[in-house]
Design a protein around this ligand. Structure first.
Ligand code: DX5
Ligand code: ZN
Length: 224
């Protein structure tokens, strides 16, 4: 059965001085999610945006906010990101001392829970939670920066997770994040990924053209 393919442009690569305009462009271009990269300078060696920015852009967009928390112990901030307007919250297995409690907190806040693993983390680390999340985010770069090259070994993990999902009849999306371009998209989809995060691949150059190209590639991709 062919999964639904979705494009989640990462606003980390957008012009932060014009975020409302950039979000309007994503909506007009019919992107599926807004991928919001939150970084705390502790879990990753970079600081990006936080709760006030999510709250303010929420007023300018009705798109699905796919909030990727690259922060230590995200359980501390779930409620505030939910109140600010997150629709889905993705937490790193490496950053949570109690993943079940963190997922409980996301559910309690009325937001969709997702889990994420960095390139060096074995895929088995997410298996115990697959029946509790709507999506697994497999990082294809080390979290912290946009514009990096996709790490090939992460595709093997995505394929293994997709196999487990299929074998257990679970309904879980697999999102991949980092270094994805039109040139390697088919290879990524071949490994069971169905939600594509692209930062520079969408915001560098002509946004509408870039989104259209990704969406056309989804439409013409063979059945798997
Ligand atoms: C990296 C972020 C990614 C990144 C993707 O930590 O999680 O979402 O912004 O950017 P590109 O698509 O440019 O690699
Ligand atoms: Zn991300």
């Amino acid at each position: 059965m062919k999964p639904e393919y979705k494009l989640a442009p990462s606003i980390l690569a957008a012009d932060f001085a014009k975020l409302a305009d950039e979000l309007a462009k994503l909506k007009n271009a019919e992107a599926d999610y807004v991928h919001i990269d939150v970084m705390d300078g502790m879990f990753v060696p970079n600081i990006s945006i936080g709760i006030p920015v999510v709250r303010s852009i929420r007023q300018y967009s009705d798109m699905f906010f796919d909030v990727h928390l690259m922060i230590e112990e995200p359980i501390r901030y779930i409620e505030r990101f939910a109140k600010a307007g997150a629709d889905g919250i993705t937490v790193h297995v490496e950053a949570c001392s109690d993943m079940d409690k963190t997922i409980d907190e996301i559910e309690k806040a009325g937001v969709k829970p997702a889990i994420c693993l960095s390139p060096d983390t074995p895929y088995e680390s997410v298996i115990p939670y697959l029946d509790r999340v709507y999506m697994v985010l497999v990082m294809s770069v080390y979290p912290g920066y946009g514009g990096q090259e996709l790490i090939e070994s992460t595709l093997v993990k995505a394929k293994a997770i997709r196999q487990y999902i299929n074998e257990h009849n679970l309904n879980v999306d697999i999102e991949m994040d980092g270094g994805i371009k039109l040139s390697n998209l088919e290879h990524v989809l071949d490994n069971g990924v169905n939600v594509i995060v692209a930062g520079t691949g969408v915001f560098k150059g002509e946004l509408y053209e870039n989104v259209k190209n990704f969406k056309n590639a989804f439409a013409s991709y063979k059945n798997i």
